[in-house]
Design a protein around this ligand. Structure first.
Ligand code: AHM
Ligand code: MG
Length: 337
């Protein structure tokens, strides 16, 4: 630990620097932190109690819902609804915008989350994570929330981050003032500042992609991946392939070491013309983090942060990481357009 600063102290310091800050945002974050601790506790005992296995339900993405996903979703919705500072929420697990129940106080923020990303890894004890994205509502407080309040571009996020349930639990977030990482000290139950001002290296030696889909990729995507496998690249030798299949864990490793994570479009059956990952609850928050850390995120043609969503659950191809690698990918796609 570099400093024994708790995440709450860090947020209060940040709040003091914002003229006119009301404390609403800090309050929202405190609820999020508590939810993260509760989910972390459950994830850590996943092998001990009957929380593993499928619920038998299918979520809005057509995937089987695992019990821990459902638990994390429930905790987040319950706690965040009671924060008093939100006007709406959206979750990867819910088809529609989640309204704040009648009678509970409301505020000017919107949170969008993937409660437990990488859930196919739960049963085998591989790292999973919670991803969140926070926006300010556009319409007037007190009026009904509009779809346009929620469907905002990544550039309009006021904060984004993730909680990684790994060998330790980490909270990594940005409020537009750099990226800071906090590690949960289970002894005292506090997230302590362990990674202040994270910067992603300008180039790295890791590429992360599910290469099993190679036969279903476009020529441009094959050219991108061949660049990383060849000796004819910036390092003069092949990159290392590292792919966990859990976005938060893959992203976190590449954020610290440098390199690139990719989930391109493919034409397997059924075809994934926009890849697998969701713009609003996965790509946009990760894009805000990487840009704040000095890296880049694109769909191949456009900055992820500029994409105006028209659907809560829309998917987007994602190339995210160090500048050199993402610039190289953009140049290859541009050549093929
Ligand atoms: P999930 O939100 O249903 O858990 O799916 C998202 C996960 C990401 O964590 C990961 O990057 C990706 O799916 C892996 O997909 P694949 O198995 O196709 O490589
Ligand atoms: Mg997910």
């Amino acid at each position: 630990m570099t400093q024994q600063i708790t995440v709450t102290e860090h947020l209060l310091l940040h709040q003091k620097q914002i003229p006119g800050a009301t404390g609403q945002f800090t309050h929202l974050f405190n609820e999020l932190i508590l939810s993260a601790k509760i989910i972390s506790r459950e994830v850590n005992k996943a092998g001990l109690v009957d929380v593993l296995g499928f619920t038998g339900e299918i979520n809005v993405q057509g995937e089987e819902v695992k019990k821990l996903d459902e638990y994390a979703n429930r905790i987040l919705i319950h706690r965040m609804a009671r924060s008093g500072v939100l006007c709406a929420m959206a979750s990867e697990e819910n088809a529609d915008i989640i309204e704040i129940p009648h009678g509970l106080p409301q505020g000017g923020y919107i949170i969008i989350f993937d409660p437990l990303d990488g859930s196919s890894n739960i049963d085998v004890n591989v790292n999973i994570g919670t991803i969140f994205s926070i926006h300010r509502r556009k319409s007037k407080i007190g009026t009904p929330v509009q779809a346009t309040d929620v469907l905002q571009a990544g550039d309009e996020q006021v904060a984004a981050g993730y909680i990684l349930y790994g060998s330790s639990t980490m909270l990594v977030f940005t409020t537009g003032d750099g990226v800071h990482g906090f590690t949960l000290d289970p002894g005292v139950g506090e997230f302590l500042l362990s990674h202040p001002n994270i910067k992603v290296p300008d180039t790295g030696k890791i590429y992360s992609v599910n290469e099993g889909y190679w036969p279903f990729w476009s020529e441009a995507t094959k050219k991108v991946v061949n660049y990383f496998k060849s000796t004819d690249n910036i390092h003069g030798k092949p990159y290392s392939l590292r792919y966990i299949g859990s976005l938060v864990a893959d992203f976190h490793r590449n954020l610290i070491y440098g390199g690139v994570f990719m989930y391109p479009a493919d034409h397997r059956d059924p075809a994934k013309p926009k890849g697998k990952l969701r713009l609003m609850c996965e790509a946009a928050p990760m894009a805000m983090l990487i840009e704040q850390a000095g890296g880049k995120a694109t769909d191949g043609n456009q900055r992820i942060m500029e994409i105006e969503p028209d659907d809560l659950h829309q998917r987007v191809p994602l190339f995210i990481g160090s500048r050199h690698e993402v610039d190289t990918i953009s140049a290859i796609y541009k050549e093929h357009n």
